[in-house]
Write a protein that binds this ligand. Structure first.
Ligand SMILES: NC(=O)c1ccc[n+]([C@@H]2O[C@H](COP(=O)([O-])OP(=O)(O)OC[C@H]3O[C@@H](n4cnc5c(N)ncnc54)[C@H](OP(=O)(O)O)[C@@H]3O)[C@@H](O)[C@H]2O)c1
Length: 311
């Protein structure tokens, strides 16, 4: 069976699979979180930007009051949104209030840019022409300095980044007093981002892989080698896509609000053998060589984050 945990550079354990909550609609996310926690999950991934942390908090409270789950046994992740990148503690305080918690286990910089903190919208400010209201020339290292200061508050056990390319990590690391514990990135056989995974491994930064099924609707479930490997093992393609990450040393985040899928996603993890891993790697290598990689999540910020597939 795949490992249940990995160890962060803080010494803390992080589960190898977690429940995602992006686009989990109001009216469904609380029960999804509560159901997941009572059915084997110990990691919940959320963010201020998802505008559903109140309900994630309700789901946590529901699971705690059912008596099966204790706060200290679960791993809660939140992220500072780009309009709060100059005031990260304020961002964290808002998330903690919504979640009904005193601390999170991991707090991430969601994207390395600054959107206008005094703009016309709390999360997605726009300019008069309708484009996103980005503050140009902002140095993302300044946000990291604020993140480092958060550790002393006890409001988060660990800090990390998200959506950091190799280029951005190389800009950040020489100035970091605390090495990020995590880089949360889109990761699956159609977007292996091996250069980031390798650099993070070298620096002791744990990868959390998001959109493992290809995000909304799970478009990767029909990818040819995934289907073939699933048939070989007598499992569903979702099982192959989610099991791809443990051998890479990464935690995988799968979002669902459907109880059967939430349960199935954690219970169907398998050990992919060396032949399976080689086949998926060959598939990835070919896509990368032909520049046919697929990135499913790329908000229209109009900023070059240094990802090779976006040059
Ligand atoms: N840091 C970032 O910038 C960032 C960006 C994107 C995502 N994330 C995190 O990563 C999490 C996962 O990524 P994601 O939400 O983009 O996509 P995902 O987990 O790859 O895919 C979610 C989609 O797959 C469906 N699904 C789930 N399990 C399935 C199964 N067993 N069979 C068939 N379909 C299934 C879900 O439908 P139902 O819900 O209807 O069941 C939903 O439509 C997010 O929720 C979020 O927490 C972080």
């Amino acid at each position: 069976m795949p490992p249940k945990h990995f160890t962060l550079n803080t010494g803390a354990k992080i589960p190898s699979i977690g429940l995602g909550t992006w686009q989990s609609p109001p009216g469904q996310v609380a029960s999804a979180v509560s159901y997941a926690l009572q059915n084997g999950y110990t990691l919940i991934d959320g963010a201020y930007c998802y505008a559903n942390e109140d309900e994630v908090g309700q789901g946590l409270a529901e699971a705690f009051s059912a008596g099966k789950v204790k706060r200290e046994d679960i791993f809660v992740v939140s992220k500072v949104w780009t309009t709060y990148n100059t005031r990260v503690e304020e961002g964290l305080d808002k998330s903690l209030k919504s979640l009904g918690l005193d601390y999170v286990d991991l707090f991430l910089v969601h994207w390395p840019l600054l959107m206008n903190p005094e703009g016309n919208h709390d999360r997605f400010p726009t300019k008069p022409d309708g484009s996103r209201d980005i503050i140009q020339g902002y140095n993302h290292v300044d946000t990291w300095k604020q993140m480092e200061a958060l550790l002393k508050t006890g409001k988060t056990k660990a800090i990390g980044v998200s959506n950091y390319s190799k280029l951005y990590l190389e800009q950040l690391l020489p100035h970091a007093t605390v090495i990020p514990a995590v880089n949360q990135i889109e990761n699956h056989p159609s977007l292996p981002q091996q250069e980031i995974v390798d650099l993070c491994k070298e620096k002791g930064i744990h990868i959390m892989a998001y959109s493992p099924l290809g995000s909304t609707g799970g478009p990767l479930l029909s990818a040819e080698p995934v289907v073939k490997i699933a048939e070989k093992h007598g499992v569903k393609p979702s099982s192959v896509l989610l099991s791809y990450h443990a051998p890479r040393g990464s935690t995988v985040l799968a979002k669902s609000v459907t109880p059967e899928r939430i349960k199935e996603n954690i219970e169907s993890l398998i050990d992919l053998d060396e032949e399976d891993q080689a086949e998926l790697k060959a598939y990835s290598d070919k896509l990368v060589a032909e520049k046919k990689w697929q990135r499913f999540v790329y908000p229209p910020f109009g900023v070059n984050f240094g990802f090779p597939d976006k040059q």
